[in-house]
Design a protein around this ligand. Structure first.
Ligand code: BEZ
Length: 211
């Protein structure tokens, strides 16, 4: 199955390091990240899971629930967690899903047979409170992901979910944003009485709206 931006994600029940879950119940009304890694006790994955644990306060601040997944069993996840703490200094503080029968990985298209028939690639799904895919990315086993970038995109997604703006190249939270082309100049004058900086008639910058 190929899940695309805007699709409602499939529901599932799963065993995790924090007990059994129903995914829809867990994420209901919240933002969520579901990310897969190829295998436990592997080097790149160890660094990724540790860094994600380090970012947990940043995810919580944004009301984002984080779920990791691989096809390894629960016991292996639990044993590996100690290594992640030893190496990175951070304890995995989010549920790690044990998808031993690859049911969830197949539902979410996390197995790419030309990469591996048996393990997941490095997929990330950012899911909105409406349970729709807001962003997805897929990396091969050899390349660790940039979780700071995932956080950056979420800042953009959460802002643009509330305001009729978009964010330019390499934008970071707090920087100027772009008024979307669908907002006419007349409409923009009402919303931004202080005006905007137009580099082209269709490229109008304003300070990022506060909440
Ligand atoms: C890693 O995490 O380093 C890794 C996992 C699976 C295949 C290759 C690398």
């Amino acid at each position: 199955m190929t899940l695309l931006i805007g699709d409602v994600v499939p529901d599932f029940d799963a065993d995790t390091t924090q007990g059994p879950i129903n995914f829809y119940k867990e994420i209901d009304g919240h933002w969520a990240i579901l990310f897969s890694h190829p295998a436990d006790f592997t080097p790149v994955c160890t660094t990724e899971l540790g860094y994600t644990a380090k970012l947990q306060p940043d995810f919580q601040k944004r009301d984002i629930k984080v779920f990791a997944l691989s096809v390894d069993p629960l016991e292996k996840h639990e044993n590996w967690s100690q290594d992640i703490k030893d190496v990175t200094g951070f304890s995995v503080n989010f549920p790690m899903i044990a998808d031993t029968d690859r049911r969830i990985a197949n539902l979410y298209g996390m197995i790419h047979p030309n990469a591996s028939d048996t393990s997941t690639v490095r997929s990330v799904f950012v899911i909105g409170p409406d349970k729709k895919v807001k962003m997805k990315l897929e990396y091969p086993a050899s390349a660790g992901r940039n979780f700071d970038e995932i956080l950056r995109v979420i800042d953009s997604l959460q802002l643009t979910a509330k305001h009729r703006v978009s964010t330019p190249v390499n934008w970071k939270a707090g920087e100027d944003v772009i008024i979307v082309p669908a907002v006419s100049d007349d409409e923009a004058k009402k919303k931004y009485p202080e005006g905007w900086r137009a580099e082209k008639p269709y490229l109008r910058y304003v300070p990022a709206p506060r909440e």
